[in-house]
Structure formats: C-alpha cells, structure tokens
Ligand binder design. Structure first.
Ligand code: SAH
Length: 347
C-alpha cells in the first residue's frame, strides 16, 4: 500500500510541496482539495506535482463502496481502503446536524461478547488520514463543503477501539479540528472506549476537550468480565478514577454507555447499583437496548424494561437518556454491515 497523503497536517504538507520545488500556494491548494474530499488526481495542482505525489501516495485512500439508506433517514456506508480492507460508518441526522460514526481499526481485538466488530479479531489499525478520509468522503458525497458541512458531529464508535490505536487517533483528532480543514470542534466529537485506563489518563493531558465516553455495560467487575474481557485488566474503580482525572483536566463531563442486555445487566437492582456507583459524579448515562447480533446469543431488553431502567436512574438523580436505535433495518449494531457484506449476504 502506498502512503496516505491525508495523514499529513498543513505544515507537513507544505514541507513536502516545497521539497518538490513548488511554491507555497500549491500547498494551500492541495490541502484544500484534500479536505474537500477530492482524489489527488482531481485537485488542480501542476501535472509534475501530481505525478510525483501519485508515485508515493494513494490517489483516493478511502472510497465509498456502498451506501444504504434506512427508512428513518440514517445512512450506512461501506468504505473501501487501498489494501482492499473494508470498514463501515453511519450518518445519522438530528435537528442540530448530522452525526457521523467512524471506524478506527479494521476489526477489533477487545473481544466484547455482544459486539460484531470483534468477531474476527483485529486486522489492522487505520491511519489518521484513513479515519479522516471517511468523514471527508461522506461530507463530499452528501454535497457538503468546508463552509457548509454536511457532517457536523463525529462519534468514534464504529469498529475498533480508539485507544488501542492511540497515536493515529490523536493525530486524526488534531486534523479534524484543524484550521483550514473540515474544522469539527472537539465538543462536537465523542470518543468511545471500552476503558483502557492508561490511555484515558494520557488523553486527559492532550488538550482535546471532547466528549469522553466509556462503555460500562455492567455494575460490578465480576459481571463486567462476563461480557467484556478488558474488565480482567482494569476495574470499574480504576475507570471511574480515570474519568475523574479527565474531568479535572478538561472540565468536560464524561458519558457512560450502557447497553441493556436481557437477563444480564438490566434489572431494577442493576439500575439502583449503577445509580449508587455514579451518584454525584459529573457524568451522563446513555442507555441503549442491545442490538442483537446474529452470531451472539445475547438479547436486548424490551422497551418497557428499558424505560423502567431509565426511570430508576432518573429517580436517583442520575442524568440519563435512552437512545433510539437507528437504522436497524439496514444492519443494526457495529460491525454487522461489514460482517454481512464479507459473508456475501448483503441484499
Ligand atoms: N471500542 C469502543 C468503541 C466502539 S463500540 C468502545 O468499546 O466503546 C461503540 C459502542 O457500541 C460501545 O459502547 C459498544 O459497547 C456498543 N456496542 C457494541 N455492540 C453493540 C450491540 N450489539 N448493541 C448495542 N451496543 C453495542
């Protein structure tokens, strides 16, 4: 695979352009073209520069391979990477804008029992430019520009564990928020982690004040270990400490994801225990009914049980919302669409 030009920030791109003996305004043209989601071959720079770049860099490292549109307006995308790997993403529209869910790795090695992305383990990390490229491609396909963006919010909740690809993800965050680029503000970005404590602490010092989201899904370490292997490495207490440190450093409250799994973590006793765990902390809880994954035997709760769980949290003074599950008619949970596509069953 050739290199990814979108990995470079403006300073790095300028240095490259000047090494090729080109004037500095060329760097600006090139950067703008890339941020508009264009292939190198479609950007109006000199033929000599284009030829030189294309020897070393992929013309279009992230291409939209398929688009599926749900009845509720949610769109799912399959992206083709230069080495033939495929990752998926989703665009959801809300009143305040459009949120794109991006992938950070091909596959995942965290092994959560309810998640489709991890079924075949981790294949490779995405580069910063490949993560960014998913957003640039969708913004362009949706008719957006750098001024009138069609992607206004980003969640790192596609396939992959962002903190298992720390350096590339941090570089991506600097690129996506950068001046002259697509400029999505950190407060409109949510990064979801299964709870890699050392990276959470390191990230608190990066000065990127985004919405740090932790996949909790259980109220005790013993129960968490049943569905999340990472719970053998870090305890809930260590996670809560790292969240506290994030808040201290950034002033941003943090969010917990809690997927309601029937017979596993969704009883009233679990709701009370969750409330006790989180009471007084500057946090929010996002509840979602588990999206059923064909290959797994875990089931989501009923709507009624989900609302009951929410009611208990609210009564205990915990800030919480029950998220609608969007786009379930086009391949529900994370990793499902790619898995379906790879198995040739994507009608
Ligand atoms: N690796 C990161 C981000 C990717 S998953 C993490 O673990 O947070 C994004 C969110 O979707 C996580 O909260 C994850 O636990 C959740 N998730 C995965 N599979 C799911 C499913 N089948 N139903 C509901 N939520 C799921």
């Amino acid at each position: 695979m050739k290199k990814v030009l979108q990995d470079l920030n403006f300073e790095e791109l300028s240095a490259l352009v000047s090494r090729h003996g080109e004037k500095s305004f060329r760097a600006k043209q090139l950067f703008e073209g890339l941020m508009q989601g264009k292939a190198i071959s479609k950007i109006p720079v000199s033929a000599a520069l284009k030829t030189a770049l294309l020897e070393e860099y992929e013309d279009e490292p992230v291409k939209i391979l398929e688009t599926y549109v749900s009845k509720d307006g949610t769109k799912k995308f399959l992206f083709l990477l230069a080495d033939g790997n495929i990752v998926e993403g989703v665009l959801m529209s809300y009143e305040y804008g459009n949120t794109q869910c991006v992938s950070t790795q091909v596959g995942c090695r965290m092994g959560c029992k309810f998640c489709a992305s991890t079924l075949n383990g981790r294949i490779r990390d995405l580069t910063a430019g490949e993560i960014l490229g998913q957003i640039l491609a969708v913004n362009r396909a949706e008719g957006g520009t750098l001024k009138e963006r069609k992607v206004t919010n980003v969640v790192l909740m596609g396939s992959g564990e962002p903190f298992d690809n720390y350096d590339n993800v941090v570089k991506f965050l600097r690129l996506v928020t950068a001046e002259g680029g697509i400029r999505i503000s950190a407060r409109n970005i949510s990064l979801s982690t299964c709870g890699l404590v050392p990276e959470m602490r390191k990230f608190a010092l990066e000065n990127i004040p985004l919405n740090l989201t932790v996949s909790l899904h259980a109220v005790t370490d013993t129960e968490r270990r049943r569905t999340m292997p990472i719970a053998n490495r870090y305890t809930i207490a260590e996670i809560l400490d790292a969240c506290g440190f994030y808040f201290e450093q950034t002033g941003r409250r943090y969010i917990f994801e809690y997927s309601l799994i029937a017979g596993e973590n969704a009883d009233e006793a679990h709701a009370l225990a969750l409330a006790a765990l989180l009471k007084g902390r500057p946090c929010h809880v996002n509840l979602i009914r588990l999206n059923e994954v064909k290959e797994r035997d875990l089931r989501g709760t009923s709507d009624k049980d989900a609302y009951r769980f929410l009611g208990v949290l609210e009564k205990q003074g915990i800030s919480a919302t029950l998220r609608r599950s969007m786009g379930s008619d086009i391949g529900g949970a994370c990793g499902q669409l790619r898995a379906k596509f790879l198995s040739g069953n994507n009608e």
